[in-house]
Design a protein around this ligand. Structure first.
Ligand SMILES: [Zn+2]
Length: 224
């Protein structure tokens, strides 16, 4: 990471996504990660608060500049293809967000505002999209003043993403879209060159497919 920063003179940061224990979060902090997602959202709210508060203290004592992210509400698991989109997930309330932010001392909040990890088959077919609760994002932002991450943003309506950024989202995760592009890039290369066995001639297709997704998303996210 340090070499990449030096060579490209570009702000690149390393984020430890979804650590589920203090031990793994501390390992990531010691390894030099710039930010850590400490995800104990499956616990009851009070326990999530006490564990996250402890993690913030422990991680900042390893690196005072590290950013710690906490998570409340349900956003499903797995950056992968799901048969069906999960239903009935509990969204984050403004009151919870305010209490959680004040009690834990986190730098970044990951709320549940209509986002879910992974993509469903109907989303891949282009028949469905995730829709976000923009008012909720704006209210949580106002109540906490924190940076906010939108996890599980793959397959979200473009206009919702632009509005979510204006409402206070500062970081967006689209891992499943990138993974899907990787797989399709490889499939296309294999189908096109059936007798090709040279890895470095086949594998760039996966990288090119991922680049296309990332650059399209970056241009949307940076649109004024
Ligand atoms: Zn996530």
């Amino acid at each position: 990471m340090k070499v990449l920063r030096q060579d490209y003179d570009y702000p690149i940061f390393l984020n430890a996504d979804h650590t589920h224990s203090l031990a793994s979060a501390e390992n990531a902090a010691r390894a030099g990660f710039d930010s850590i997602v400490f995800d104990r959202s499956e616990l009851p709210f009070a326990q999530n608060i006490s564990e996250t508060k402890k993690a913030v203290e422990a991680l900042k004592s390893i690196n005072p500049l590290i950013l710690v992210e906490g998570e409340i509400g349900e956003i499903g698991t797995g950056s992968e293809i799901h048969e069906e989109a999960p239903q009935g997930l509990t969204l984050t309330t403004t009151e919870e967000a305010k209490e959680f932010a004040a009690a834990t001392g986190i730098d970044i909040l990951a709320p549940a505002v209509g986002n879910t990890h992974g993509l469903s088959r109907s989303m891949i077919r282009g028949e469905a999209q995730k829709r976000l609760d923009i008012d909720r994002i704006a209210q949580i932002r106002k109540a906490t003043g924190l940076f906010m991450t939108l996890h599980g943003a793959s397959g979200t309506n473009d206009d919702d993403l632009s509005r979510a950024i204006r409402a206070g989202i500062t970081e967006i995760h689209i891992n499943t879209e990138v993974r899907l592009a990787w797989r399709r890039g490889l499939e296309t290369a294999f189908a096109k060159e059936r007798d090709q066995v040279v890895p470095y001639k086949l594998l760039p297709a996966a990288v090119d497919a991922m680049k296309q997704v990332v650059s399209a998303r970056l241009s949307l996210f940076n649109r004024k």
